[in-house]
Design a protein around this ligand. Sequence first.
Ligand SMILES: Nc1ncnc2c1ncn2[C@@H]1O[C@H](COP(=O)(O)OP(=O)(O)OP(=O)(O)O)[C@@H](O)[C@H]1O
Ligand SMILES: [Mg+2]
Length: 385
Amino acid sequence: MEYLGVDVGFGYTKAFDGERSVIFKSITGDATDIQFQSGFSEGGELENLHVEINGKQFYIGDMAEKQSSVREFTLEQNTLLENSAKVLALTAISMFCNKSNREFSLVTGLPIRYFKQYRSRFQEMLEGGHTIKFFGPSGPEERNIEIRKVRVLPQPFGSVFNLMMNNHGRIVDKDVARQKFGVIDIGFRTTDYTITDRLRYIERGSRTTDTGISKAFSLISRKIQEQSGVNVELYRLFDPVKNGSIRIRGKEFGLAELRDEVMRQLATAIISDMERLWVEDWDLEFILLSGGGSADLAPILEKIIEGTTRVVSTETDMRLTNVIGYLKYAKYIDLMEKRRQMPGGESLSTSDSDGKSGEDSSTDTEAADTEAADTETVDTEAAGS
Ligand SMILES: Nc1ncnc2c1ncn2[C@@H]1O[C@H](COP(=O)(O)OP(=O)(O)OP(=O)(O)O)[C@@H](O)[C@H]1O
Ligand SMILES: [Mg+2]
């Protein structure tokens, strides 16, 4: 069985197994028959995702963006969950399926706003056996996967576990586990705020807002429409925004200045939400900036926020900050379970770690010891309520 972190975001779907990650745009579309393939630069598997799930065919990611006539790229969580999340997640998971492995244990996340409402629904959607047919250059290939267990965390906790654990699920930063700090996870559509105090989820300081990067993209798109008359869909703006220009019907439009201006506005909006939400929490040790949006916004936010800010790591693609943490958490649970099975192992742990898929306001309460030789325990309570 393989442990996998899976993060279905509004912008991108991400999965990570400890060594390899896959990322594709969270777009699904109808699969039309392509009558002619030029054979030139048709890219790898990720650029050509064409799958069949429950008898229905889809193009996914880049392929849907380029080839589908009806595309589902949604900014609504309900629609994302009902229509696309399962297809996106199963596609990502099946990319880790091979001859020696087809069984998975997953850790995934939901935005804080939707955690309570959708947690069990999301689990039920994914748990069990699934068949995904992949259409590749050498014809269709069926992949049968078995999802044994799904654990769902409030999304920003991915970043918390990422910061404090190593890839084997060991707590390497004990200070983090003992401190009170805030997390701002800036995604494509949403920004999630949360406070953890000794790894306890603090409800008062936790919220999901709609101030994601797409806010800035909408403004940019509106400006482009004013100037060119063309309504550019948001997901077609990723590259132009990065490159600072867009070419429409042969004409080049500069975006760099506009981008810098709207990013500054977005940063200001995020900070005023933060100040309102955390008005009583002036005792935060630091603020952790995560999510793909931090790649653009952290440099601006760091200058404005009073107090210490941190990012998980500037080396990794910031879009992966949560999903890497999900995987670390999966490894951590595995470690705890193995220890419990060892003779005398129970004494290391103060409570049952097994998912407790229940109804609770404290999802997972486990005791973690940081090193085999070190029996000090730290209660982690990654919660959702
Ligand atoms: N290499 C990259 N390619 C594309 N976008 C990137 C890259 N690095 C950072 N980004 C930024 O990451 C953002 C998406 O971040 P992320 O993947 O965390 O969002 P999401 O999880 O899909 O959205 P949400 O959390 O709202 O559901 C993009 O809007 C873009 O600004
Ligand atoms: Mg996200």
